[in-house]
Design a protein around this ligand. Sequence first.
Ligand code: PMP
Length: 427
Amino acid sequence: PYDGPRLAEIARKRAEFLSPSLFHFYDRPLNIVDGKLQYLFDEDGRRYLDAFGGIATVCCGHCHPDVIEAIVNQAKKIQHSTVLYLNHAIADFAEALASKMPGDLKVVFFTNSGTEANELALMIARIYTGSHDIISLRNGYHGNAAATMGATAQCNWKFNIVQTGVHHALNPDPYRGAFGSDGEKYAKDIQETIDYGTTGRVAGFISEAIQGVGGIVELAPGYLPAAYKMVREAGGLCIADEVQAGVARTGSHFWGFEGQGVIPDIVTMAKGIGNGMPIGAVVTTPEIAQVLTCRSYFNTFGGNPVSTAAGHAVLQVLEKEKLQENALVVGSYLKEQLNILKEKHDIIGDVRGRGLLLGVELVTDHQKKTPAKAEIAQVMNHMKDMGVLVGKGGFFGNVFRVTPPLCFTKEDSDFLIEVMDIALSKL
Ligand code: PMP
């Protein structure tokens, strides 16, 4: 499969010197050397429409000129100091980020990844409440360090860590769940988890509003308000993991949780907020933030000037280019078109998601919802050969993840649909 000379060399080095656990999606992997907004280019200069966006990470577009300029200008001035000195980049970005949050959520802790952000959020919840038990949703993904891997609820992503005090509640999955779209029915399991699995007091509850790794599962309507109420009555804090659903991606709102009309106690983010730069953040209230003064809390690279300059530029580009509105308009159009494809191709079991966070689940049997694993791989490879890159996920690995940069256009959507249509027709 490695027929280009550079491709073969990279593959050899990767096999010899990199983690044996790395994987790629394609039979013939790509060597991506350039990115420009919603396009990627391989070593032969071949252009691909990127409908995966580095797993919902590239929000303004690859190498967006404003973000690059902010990074370069900042790197030329001071690349790293430490939060022990004052610097405007971190302060300006924190202020800008706080202005995007509802309620009293205005104190920002910067990290370098989503995992780190969630680890910190879980720890804050435990310290603040004095309780240990955390509830997360089955099929959720929250990271790959000890606490976050515990909160992650898919065996595919769990190593043999000691997982203490984590309980996985019923997933309010409208497609596969027992109660369809009735969010309040699923939420009863939160109460039962508290009643039968804990002391009656919990540290908190963490969930995505739309599960990304889990296959773009939008929580059933009404779920979060009911779940938050039960968790708060048990003394817990509600944590919204916005690593994939946040930062304008859902179009209708800036944050995914806003789609359910709730205000969390802690919000975590990463991916899109840096448009590719490694940055994560935890945002909470001044009162909750106070708990970290009981010890020293320090993160060497968290909030470094270059990453925070990039993050600030991301917020400005989103505003300037009205990318949230674009995510809404183009995402709604694309979802409509995907639903038309669903009518045509029996293998499409479900089309779901919001804005430019969309999922297309392939099943070989609509009644049994049998995952079409082999078929999805074939379609993905074929789409790549025709110049369109989509992602893949879900517990069974049978869901297309369409999470492009938010500058994606209607024309791009038409091209994606045409290519997906041809690839599905070849099955
Ligand atoms: N939360 C969610 C919802 C995610 O999708 C991810 C990454 N896939 C993470 C947390 C962890 O982020 P990171 O890979 O930056 O540690």
